[in-house]
Design a protein around this ligand. Structure first.
Ligand code: PEP
Length: 247
């Protein structure tokens, strides 16, 4: 599973160019799950491109609000479901950092979409927490928001160390693997019935380093920011994930 998070980037012109570049490089693999989360205002523009003909491409949202109604600027869960969004990213570190989102708000958002569409819950420690050896404690706290929610396979966790996002620095592949195993164990410990979730790695993944991460047993894919803005590179990363390296 490979997911693009375009954040607050893009334009109608960019979508056209991106689509052409992507389609030139992408080697079709029907069984894959490719996600694209553009800014919400462009969801419809993407659904209008040739990308929508590829069954493996799923459009999703970067976030949702806790409710509808008098909340200027917000996008509700009902709206993203109305546009048939196949997933929503929830709890991205930029939402936690710049919009002051706390775990209780993140839980409310998850409850809005659980089992209606896929939840991609982002978790990750800051640089300071990493240096102080607090990573596992932080992750356990952040994962606590899904306690008591039955997911029926509709939960994906993205491990995104805050210090790796957009910096070009990443944990080593074996460290990522260890943390992914830990995340799967923690989620399972919440309920005997809970399925082991897919865990994606996110943080400075690009076409040159992706293969190193994908080789690890517990890495089920990637959530990609910066490198996903280039359609050609995003297609290359998917090809690498699918075992085809044309780069
Ligand atoms: C992200 O913000 O989700 C992300 C993974 O960003 P980048 O790939 O640019 O580090």
């Amino acid at each position: 599973m490979i997911v693009a998070n375009w954040k607050c980037n893009g334009s109608k012109a960019m979508i056209n160019e991106w689509t052409n570049n992507f389609l030139t490089n992408y080697v079709e693999m029907k069984k894959a799950f490719i996600g694209i989360a553009p800014p919400s205002i462009y969801i419809d523009s993407i659904l209008d491109t040739k990308l929508s003909k590829l069954k493996e491409i799923n459009i999703g949202s970067q976030d949702i609000d806790i409710s509808s109604g008098a909340r200027t600027g917000a996008i509700s869960s009902e709206m993203i479901l109305d546009f048939d969004c196949k997933f929503s990213i929830i709890g991205h570190s930029e939402r936690r950092q710049f919009f002051n989102e706390k775990n209780d708000e993140i839980k409310q958002k998850i409850l809005k979409i659980a089992n209606k569409t896929l939840t991609i819950l982002c978790v990750g420690e800051t640089e300071e927490e990493n240096k102080n050896d607090q990573t596992k404690d932080v992750l356990k706290r952040q994962l606590g928001v899904i306690k008591d929610i039955e997911f029926n396979d509709s939960l994906v966790v993205a491990y995104e160390p805050v210090w790796a996002i957009g910096t070009g620095t990443t944990p080593t592949p074996d460290k990522i693997n260890e943390i992914h195993k830990f995340i799967k164990d923690v989620v399972q410990s919440f309920s005997d019935n809970s399925a082991i979730p897919m865990v994606l790695y996110g943080g400075s993944v690009n076409q040159d380093n992706a293969e190193n991460f994908f080789k690890e047993e517990s890495v089920d894919g990637a959530l990609i920011g910066g490198a996903s803005l280039d359609g050609r590179q995003f297609a290359n990363i998917i090809n690498i994930f699918n075992g085809i390296n044309l780069k």
